[in-house]
Design a protein around this ligand. Structure first.
Ligand code: NI
Length: 395
């Protein structure tokens, strides 16, 4: 077996302990959504100490650090998210969450630590910058779309390109997953309320059984992905929640279904929404039920632009060699998509699967989530390399 070679940059190696200890500190003190006050303070203190131009309270609780060079070259933004999840940690790690019911189970603690590491290193190169670097630390990636608020507060003003990393436990340490075009899905949410007519379980005549209607509806909805969308274009419809009914001998009068729809293109997103409405109307008519349907568009699909994708490939290859560019896609959603809708951007995955575990045995959003912390050095090195290639050596 050929042992892969990872070129962690020496400047990053020098501060490896610091990066890891920042990640553990944030891991131990996770915060939700926009309430990332402690984390934002840790970030702004670190950047202030380094001598950055720091803006706080951006997008409610986000932080921006500017590393100003000359204005001849481009301004490149690097982005991290800071928020955790409402999960009770069961990892038993020495740096486990001390906040009841809150946990960094997606790796955003690592994203923040990596970006602070890159900031520490790049500060040393400030005099040689032919352009500027903007460090964006945003709140509320997990559902509330903190990116939108950051953009409203001007975080992309005068920025030419943006890059973002997600640590990724579905890939091994040393691998970088990225592709041009769609990389993460549109993540929409739907809710369906089926209203029937209840009655005695032994006397169905005259009733409209909401459970029977829901069974037909759930089955029919799955025909959208299998029969309406192009099989070469990934889509998902999941009914994740079903609630209703009263007792074994009572015909249910109401069922509530909740679920999510994922797609990589606006066309498929609209197709799913329209077909759902048609099927729901048809089933309602067939069974004489009344069905309310609410479809809420979540994050748009994350689309990587050609130019930043190509630049990322060049820089990342210098760090991980040919372990870069697995054409990785996920049906997950990311609010990085909002940045990439405004300016050219590239979002990529840095493999972080714990080396002592089977691949995929420590998934994101699980209560025993942890990462291979060496991946933090890979991510920080790629950020530094990107800036060296585009802002330092671009004369
Ligand atoms: Ni995440």
């Amino acid at each position: 077996m050929i042992k892969m070679k990872i070129n962690i940059r020496s400047e990053v190696k020098n501060i490896a302990e610091e990066i890891i200890s920042i990640r553990r500190d944030i891991h131990k003190h996770p915060e939700l959504g926009f309430e990332v006050h402690r984390t934002a303070e840790l970030v702004s203190k670190h950047l202030n100490k380094l001598g950055f131009d720091v803006s706080t309270g951006i997008g409610k609780t986000g932080v921006i650090g500017d590393l100003i060079g000359n204005n001849d070259g481009p301004t490149i933004a690097l982005r991290a998210d800071m928020d955790a999840l409402p999960i009770q940690e069961t990892s038993n790690l020495p740096y486990s969450s001390v906040n009841e019911g809150v946990m960094h189970a997606c790796g955003h603690d690592g994203h923040t630590a990596m970006l602070l590491g890159a900031a520490t290193v790049l500060k040393q190169f400030q005099d040689t910058l032919n352009g500027n670097v903007r460090f964006i630390f945003q709140p509320a990636e997990e559902g509330d779309g903190g990116a939108r608020y950051m953009i409203e507060d001007g975080c992309l003003d005068r920025v030419d390109e943006i890059y973002g990393i997600h640590l990724w436990n579905y890939q091994k340490y040393g691998e970088v997953g990225v592709k041009e075009g769609p990389i993460l899905a549109a993540a929409d949410v739907f809710s369906i309320i089926i209203k029937g007519v209840g009655g005695h379980g032994a006397a169905p005549q005259g009733t409209v059984d909401a459970i029977l209607v829901s069974a037909h509806l759930i089955t029919a909805l799955q025909s959208i992905v299998s029969r309406n969308t192009n099989p070469l274009e990934s889509t998902v419809i999941t009914v994740g929640q079903i609630n209703g009914g009263h007792n074994f001998n009572v015909i249910a009068d109401e069922i509530v279904l909740k679920g999510t729809a994922r797609s990589y293109t606006e066309e498929n997103r609209q197709l799913i929404k329209n077909r759902m409405q048609e099927i729901i109307s048809g089933i309602a008519k067939t069974f004489s039920a009344k069905i309310d349907f609410t479809y809420t568009e979540g994050y748009p699909p994350t689309i990587n632009d050609e130019a930043p994708f190509k630049k990322l490939m060049i820089s990342a290859k210098k760090i991980v060699g040919d372990k870069c560019g697995f054409p990785y896609m996920s049906m997950g959603g990311e609010d990085f998509s909002y940045y990439a809708q405004k300016i050219p951007g590239c979002f990529f995955f840095v493999g972080s699967a714990p080396s002592n575990q089977e691949l995929r045995s420590v998934p994101h959003h699980c209560s025993h989530f942890d990462i291979d912390e060496n991946a933090l050095l890979v991510g920080a090195s790629i950020f530094v390399q990107l800036i060296e290639d585009q802002v330092i050596n671009n004369r």
